[in-house]
Design a protein around this ligand. Structure first.
Ligand code: GLA
Length: 379
């Protein structure tokens, strides 16, 4: 328990406790930074925070997972290249202060069970958890979407990772037993109930996302180039969100094969998300599963962000009884797959995939049968 850990480290009880979940994206991959649609859910694995105010401007941070501590002054928040885990907290604190929210010093601890570098957004959970921690501790009036944007800014500008807005959004605003349908252009959203007779099963390939950051930036730039070329040859689109399949065909002669495929993934993925939301709302989980499968193929063949391990996990999943759909999830190049499985088949599914992965590649997959959970602002 985080309260007890706080007491052990600081010898006093905490004033505030926060729970910020990781996430799994059901469908809508590499669409958020193209102004598109996503459908993630917060999972029942979280990064927890506990803390109390200090009378000065010092922030002392203890990481349970790294078993290490750092401290910084709110008057001079710099990046720390030795303890990079602390930078998410520093970044969020810095931008809150810059926006005129006067913070006080604090003693805090954090830690949890979202695996790191597994594509389940442990870093977004730390950012969102930090922002909600300050909000609760100091009773700051922070609009939820402002808080999400600030958490993302810490990742983009302070930590220096060019992610979209999906991960921070869902960690803050997820809802128990629901997925969240988000329009990443205008940030309007609604929660979509998940049926309780199907389970979201996450298979962690155990392979760290080695290429993830560099290839992510390559994809981001390819999307921008595709937009520029479509805009100059077909019609004035602002992002791939605006591109229809007909536009894409019209632009095909002007685009290189690679740019065409990248754009085709995003255009078709946005369509899949819209249909996925419709069929989920009407209870058609079979069709939802087919859309997940198609998403995987598109990410593998057109966007080219899958990996051998992820493909093995997905192909194993497709063979199991009770599976409705399976795909890689998150940025790719390692990390996890997400599977929709009939409830009664979920345990056997987990066992069969674990065994099959070990037999095929000699690797251990960790498998989590997830519950969609409340975001940090709701808990
Ligand atoms: C990472 C990023 C998200 C999103 C996904 C791909 O998780 O942090 O913003 O772009 O990759 O869908």
């Amino acid at each position: 328990m985080i309260e007890r850990d706080f007491f052990t480290v600081y010898g006093a009880p905490p004033e505030t406790v926060v729970r910020a979940p990781g996430r799994v994206n059901l469908i809508g991959e590499h669409t958020d930074y193209n102004d598109g649609f996503v459908l993630p859910a917060a999972i029942d694995r979280s990064i927890d925070f506990a803390g109390r105010k200090r009378a000065d401007r010092l922030v002392r941070v203890h990481s349970l997972d790294f078993d290490a501590a750092v401290e910084f002054s709110l008057d001079d928040i710099q990046k720390d290249s030795n303890n990079r885990w602390g930078n998410y907290i520093r970044g969020v604190s810095k931008y809150l202060e810059e926006d005129g929210h006067r913070l006080s010093g604090a003693d805090l601890i954090f830690g949890g069970n979202v695996p790191r570098e597994a594509g389940l957004s442990s870093s977004a959970a730390v950012e969102v958890g930090t922002a909600v921690f300050w909000r609760n501790l100091l009773r700051l009036e922070l609009d939820p979407v402002y808080l999400v944007k600030l958490a993302r800014k810490a990742e983009n500008q302070f930590v220096g990772v060019p992610c979209g807005i999906m991960d921070q959004f869902i960690s803050a605003l997820g809802r128990q037993d629901h997925a969240l349908f988000l329009d990443c252009r205008n940030l309007s959203y609604r929660h979509v109930p998940l049926r309780d007779d199907v389970k979201v099963v996450v298979c962690n390939s155990g392979v760290k996302r080695a290429l993830a950051q560099s290839e992510y930036e390559v994809r981001l730039n390819q999307c921008r180039q595709a937009v520029a070329q479509i805009a100059s040859t077909v019609r004035p689109v602002k992002s791939l969100r605006d591109v229809t399949p007909a536009d894409l065909e019209a632009a095909r002669p002007a685009l290189s094969e690679v740019l065409f495929r990248r754009a085709r993934h995003v255009v078709t993925e946005n369509q899949r998300v819209l249909e996925a939301v419709r069929v989920l709302e009407s209870g058609d989980v079979e069709r939802f599963g087919e859309l997940m499968d198609a998403s995987h193929e598109s990410l593998r063949d057109d966007y080219q962000v899958s990996s051998k391990e992820l493909d093995v996990l997905v192909e194993l999943a497709w063979k199991q009884p009770g599976v409705l759909g399976a795909r890689m999830t998150g940025a790719g190049f390692g990390g996890c797959t997400v599977n929709l499985v009939r409830q009664e088949a979920a345990e056997a599914f987990a066992e069969a995939v674990r065994r099959g992965y070990q037999d095929a590649l000699g690797l251990k997959a960790e498998i989590y049968i997830c519950e969609a959970s409340e975001g940090a602002l709701g808990a």
